[in-house]
Design a protein around this ligand. Structure first.
Ligand code: SAH
Length: 229
């Protein structure tokens, strides 16, 4: 069982995705669990006192401020995030991921290297990012999900949760659905064998209807090579 701990100012933004389909089933079956920690709940008070924080106004619970050295936008303060991460870890040994567009590129191989942990903490930034001192409080791995900049780390958290989870044996109905365990083409087809749209007939490639497994694999491999070029 892997527990994903998501540190985020907008935890509700993950809800509909992680509570649908395969990720939902993986939670129901106890293969994964997802927990949330909002830095806003850990704002201000030097020693975290949940009762005091609960009584604070939204403004008092602010968690961002202007960047030192100038520049646009706001930066998330370090301490509320540090306290949220500390709450997530507790006494456990956890892997901590810090999302950043300049981090190490995420991939299937990176996902596999995370599968061995029972607890993974995701630190999701917003605005111009998080005060870099959070990275001095705990050992963390900087991860980017691609060469583009998003408004927050929540989509990256969903991407990483989804990628790791579908690679855990038993999560997908058929384990052969994990691409590297089979010959998989990027184009897939299902019934019916012929469809018609705007007077044009579109057919499933004949080889896939042949039932000849060796030929089908050869066809998928050649299609893959063609696309790679
Ligand atoms: N000014 C910042 C960008 C902040 S984007 C910079 O140049 O680094 C706001 C937050 O979204 C980041 O803190 C990070 O958590 C997340 N984020 C945005 N794009 C991302 C990407 N490609 N991969 C991972 N996280 C990303």
């Amino acid at each position: 069982m892997i527990t994903y701990h998501v540190v985020s100012l907008f935890p509700e933004s993950l809800d509909s995705y992680v509570n649908s389909s395969i990720l939902k089933r993986a939670q129901e079956r106890g293969i994964i669990a997802i927990k949330y920690y909002n830095p806003r709940d850990f704002a201000k008070s030097a020693k975290f006192d949940p009762d005091a924080v609960a009584k604070m106004s939204y403004a008092e619970r602010r968690v961002d401020d202007r960047p030192y050295g100038g520049g646009p936008g706001m930066v998330m303060e370090a301490l509320p995030v540090i306290r949220a991460v500390a709450a997530a870890i507790g006494k456990k040994k956890a892997k901590i991921i810090f999302f950043s567009p300049s981090g190490k590129q995420f991939s299937n191989a990176v996902a596999d290297s995370f599968k061995k942990y029972t607890d993974i903490v995701f630190v999701c930034g917003r605005y111009e990012g998080i005060d870099a001192r959070v990275k001095k409080a705990f050992p963390m791995t900087d991860i980017s999900i691609g060469e583009y900049v998003l408004t927050g780390g929540e989509l990256p958290a969903m991407v990483v949760i989804d990628t790791i989870t579908r690679r855990i044996p038993g999560v997908l109905g058929d384990d052969n659905s994990v691409e590297e365990r089979r010959v998989a083409g990027s184009d897939v087809y299902t019934r019916p064998p012929v469809i018609e749209y705007k007077g044009k007939k579109m057919r499933v490639p004949k080889v896939l209807l042949s039932g000849h497994h060796k030929k089908m694999d050869e066809w998928k491999t050649s299609l893959k090579l063609k696309k790679a070029k």
